[in-house]
Design a protein. Structure first.
Length: 189
C-alpha cells in the first residue's frame, strides 16, 4: 500500500514481514539511502534532514517493528536484533536489487552492524554513528556501560523520565542517576 503526503512529497508504504507490518517512507531519487534511528526514533524523526538528501538519494525512513506505526503480529513475542536486521534486509530488497547505503544512529547503528553480519552484500556503505554495542568494549568499560543501560531500563520500567509534580519539582532520582554518567545536568528550568 502506498500513499503520498502532499506536504513533504514523501510516499508512505507498508511492508508485511514475518511477525510484523513495517511502516516506511520514501522520498527523492537516486541510490537508496536508509536512515535508521535511535531507540525511540521512527520514520518521522529525520523530517528536517531528509529534504537535504533527496536531490542525491532515494531516502528511506522507517518505524522499526513494534515502534510507532509498525505493528507486531504477536506483541508478547520479544523482538531481537536479528529481527531488526532481517527487517532491514527485507525492506531494502523491496526497494532495490542493488546494495544500499545506510546511516544508523545509536540503536539504528547497531542494527546496521547486525545487518552487515547477517546479510552480507545488502549494504555497500554503512555509517554507524554511536552504536550501542557494549560487548565490543573491554573489561571495566563494558561493565560500566552495561550498568548504565541496566539503570536506564530500570528507570523506564519504573515510570520513565516523568517530571515530578508541582509539589515536588525537579527531576526524578532515576533521571539524575542515568544522565549523570553522560555529563548531562537534568535540572528543572
Amino acid at each position: 500500500m502506498a500513499t503520498t503526503n502532499a506536504t513533504t512529497a514523501a510516499t508512505v508504504h507498508t511492508l508485511s514481514v514475518p511477525g510484523a507490518t513495517l511502516h516506511f517512507r520514501t522520498e527523492g531519487a537516486g541510490p537508496v539511502l536508509l536512515l535508521s534511528q535511535s531507540g525511540e526514533g521512527d520514520a518521522d524523526r529525520t523530517v528536517d534532514l531528509v529534504p537535504h538528501l533527496t536531490d542525491t538519494f532515494t531516502v528511506v525512513t522507517y518505524d522499526r517493528r513494534g515502534l510507532s506505526r509498525s505493528t507486531l503480529d504477536d506483541p508478547a513475542r520479544p523482538v531481537t536484533m536479528a529481527d531488526h536486521a532481517d527487517d532491514v534486509a527485507r525492506l531494502l530488497a523491496e526497494l532495490t536489487d542493488r546494495p544500499a547505503l545506510m546511516a544508523g544512529f545509536s540503536m539504528g547503528a547497531a542494527i546496521g552492524l547486525h545487518t552487515v553480519v547477517r546479510h552480507p552484500g545488502v549494504l555497500h556503505t554503512l555509517i554507524a554513528h554511536e552504536p550501542v554495542m557494549p560487548n565490543l568494549l573491554s573489561g571495566a568499560e563494558r561493565a560500566e556501560h552495561v550498568a548504565e543501560l541496566t539503570a536506564i531500563q530500570g528507570a523506564y520500567a519504573g515510570g520513565g523520565w516523568r517530571r515530578r509534580s508541582r509539589r515536588s519539582p525537579g527531576t526524578s532520582a532515576s533521571t539524575r542517576r542515568t544522565t549523570r554518567p553522560r555529563g548531562a545536568s537534568p535540572r528543572s528550568r
